[in-house]
Design a protein. Structure first.
Length: 620
């Protein structure tokens, strides 16, 4: 009775006192949560739409005083001296030891990969994890986010990842839907999300499947991609109200490209590789003669101006290094530029700002949004076109999300070229994902056996990332001696050489998607003169704007995996010989050089960006 009397008295106090008590309790709880947060960056997720990522007064960066960061516009960029080594990068996200790093999507090897990417050590013979990643396809590590685990901004981007209305996309029919249900049944346990595991531990058996572990709801075929590309090439995406001197130069270049003289007997270019070799050659010549690029100097290392030159995401680093060091295309006066380059690394953005186990990338997107706001406030060039003459080059899987909306009009050169995640055919550039094993010798191991010595019909080896690879193995692993389809290969240098040997002695190399549509196997196949077989719905192949992929590759729909051998065996031997020759001719366009070489990967990337800009503009 006494307890009941006291309980009633609580609700007989004055409302003002009651609200005061409740307010004090709420403040106490908030302070307690602040002191006990498992990561020291927690408040970013409490306020995902905050104006700045690294706020001066909040002291979110433990170990950094406000004087150790630089405020540029609305963004704090950390001093280079604090972020020029591995430990400093980890300190930003509240991590002090590599051994403590885990990625909850089931990628424990991310720890060693982070350490390796941030060093300049080119000695890989004893780096078993490096060899292992090369074989197993440790690509696409970043796709593991379930809709239930992300912020509101993330949910908007994950749930509404769709193709623009004017893109020709068909929904999966009855047969694909059945395949989708079969796919989910085949998912191995380690692909469950952290929340799924927690739910199962508490008795709730509801499985929350990640987007990367489900087949796409819509599919655009390669023929539909071609039709869309040709339709957009005959139109234009931008009609300025007035033409600047640079615009007039661009329009002049477009006219010359469209009326290019026919190219015959060109010793440098192999005509069958291209959609139109005459237009490509003329466009390339005009690029060399005319193109001027302004590189923004704003932004601090490591996110800006610090290229990674080895590993899975090396492509964006090599382009950054060669672009910033280029004397032919770079201009110091932005008024003379046709294009504006924003030199950030999406890989270093993840290393520096992503809060491990948070399943929230909002602060990464906000960081780049604030960077673009700062550029727009400091310069007039962004606002003239809405960023349409600006570009970036990114290879991390999260790039489509991180740049969505605030960089929508930019020319996006991305490895994750997925039409269901905002990649716009005819404007954006599909950037090749290249696994660079040696910074000093990126051409190491290039080449392969001649066609007569390629005794394996088809080869694949890799981790069971995503929903597709388990299906591939369920149909073909140990089922046919002509189909060398494996899961993980053992660690070690010998295993790496075994992987490379298989690619060098196979007729066809299977390039099956992982968590995302892109895979370094496409370039690896070209590297080892093996005809690539791309199995990745909605993936736009690299340099789709200029290359004719029918000449040197086989593109197989995901639902046709059970018919894979029949498809490959139906290709006449003469056709295979022609494709294999084309792959050898294609190599020069997919390799990096310490000093850029004509028609190499650096120039091909820059040309596709230039090409997009040329055909984006139309006079009134």
């Amino acid at each position: 009775m006494e307890c009941e009397h006291q309980f009633r008295n609580i609700f007989q106090v004055e409302p003002r006192r009651l609200f005061s008590v409740v307010g004090m309790i709420a403040i106490s709880i908030l302070v307690l949560q602040t002191l006990t947060l498992p990561n020291r960056f927690g408040f970013i997720h409490l306020f995902p739409d905050s104006k700045t990522v690294l706020h001066k007064e909040s002291s979110l960066l433990i170990g950094y005083s406000s004087s150790e960061s630089i405020l540029v516009g609305n963004v704090h960029f950390l001093n280079e001296s604090k972020l020029n080594n591995t430990s400093a990068v980890l300190e930003v996200v509240g991590i002090t030891e590599f051994s403590n790093i885990e990625v909850e999507s089931g990628h424990g090897s991310e720890t060693k990969r982070m350490k390796r990417d941030l060093t300049n050590d080119d000695t890989i013979e004893n780096d078993q994890e490096h060899d292992h990643l090369s074989q197993l396809g440790e690509e696409n590590k970043g796709g593991g986010f379930s809709v239930e685990e992300v912020s509101d901004l993330d949910k908007n981007l994950v749930e509404n990842d769709s193709v623009p209305e004017n893109d020709s996309v068909r929904e999966r029919g009855t047969k694909p839907e059945q395949g989708a249900r079969e796919t989910i049944k085949l998912l191995p346990p380690h692909h469950d999300s952290a929340i799924s595991k927690k739910s199962m531990a508490t008795g709730n058996t509801t499985i929350k499947t990640m987007r990367c572990n489900m087949p796409p709801k819509t599919v655009m075929t390669i023929s539909e991609m071609n039709s869309l590309f040709l339709r957009r090439r005959t139109s234009a995406l931008m009609r300025p109200q007035w033409l600047s001197a640079r615009d007039k130069e661009i329009l002049s270049a477009r006219s010359q490209i469209e009326n290019a003289p026919t190219t015959q007997n060109d010793g440098e270019l192999y005509g069958p590789l291209f959609r139109n070799v005459s237009m490509f050659k003329r466009s390339y010549e005009l690029m060399e003669r005319m193109l001027k690029v302004y590189v923004y100097r704003e932004g601090e290392k490591p996110i800006f101006h610090q290229p990674i030159l080895k590993g899975l995401y090396a492509s964006e680093g090599w382009f950054m290094k060669l672009m910033e060091g280029n004397k032919k295309f770079i201009v110091k006066d932005p008024r003379k530029a046709h294009l504006f380059y924003m030199p950030f690394s999406t890989r270093m953005l993840e290393h520096s700002l992503y809060v491990r186990n948070s399943h929230n990338r909002t602060n990464l997107a906000v960081y780049l949004r604030n960077y673009t706001h700062m550029i727009a406030e400091k310069y007039s060039f962004w606002n003239k076109t809405g960023g349409a003459d600006h570009f970036f080059v990114a290879c991390h899987d999260w790039a489509p999300y991180e740049t969505r909306h605030h960089m929508e009009r930019c020319i996006k050169s991305m490895c994750n070229a997925d039409v269901t995640q905002g990649f716009k055919i005819g404007k954006d550039v599909s950037f090749p994902e290249t696994y660079v094993r040696s910074q000093r010798n990126p051409l190491r191991d290039i080449g392969g056996e001649p066609p007569n010595n390629r005794t394996i019909l088809a080869f694949f080896a890799g981790s069971m990332h995503g929903y597709l690879r388990p299906i591939l193995l369920s149909h073909w692993k140990n089922k046919d001696p002509d189909m060398k389809i494996f899961g993980r290969m053992p660690f070690g240098v010998a295993s790496k050489m075994n992987y490379i040997h298989h690619m060098k002695t196979s007729k066809y190399c299977i390039c099956a998607k992982g968590f995302e549509v892109n895979s370094p196997r496409v370039v690896e196949a070209i590297f080892y003169e093996c005809v690539p077989v791309i199995i990745s719905d909605n993936f736009v192949p690299p340099f789709f704007d200029v290359l004719n992929w029918d000449t040197f590759s086989v593109i197989v729909a995901e639902i046709d995996i059970p018919n894979l051998k029949v498809i490959l065996q139906s290709i006449p031997y003469e056709k295979y010989i022609s494709m294999q020759l084309a792959v050898k001719k294609l190599q020069q366009h997919f390799v990096w050089h310490s000093k850029p070489v004509k028609y190499d990967l650096f120039h091909m990337t820059l040309h596709s960006i230039w090409y997009s800009r040329v055909f984006m503009l139309k006079s009134r």
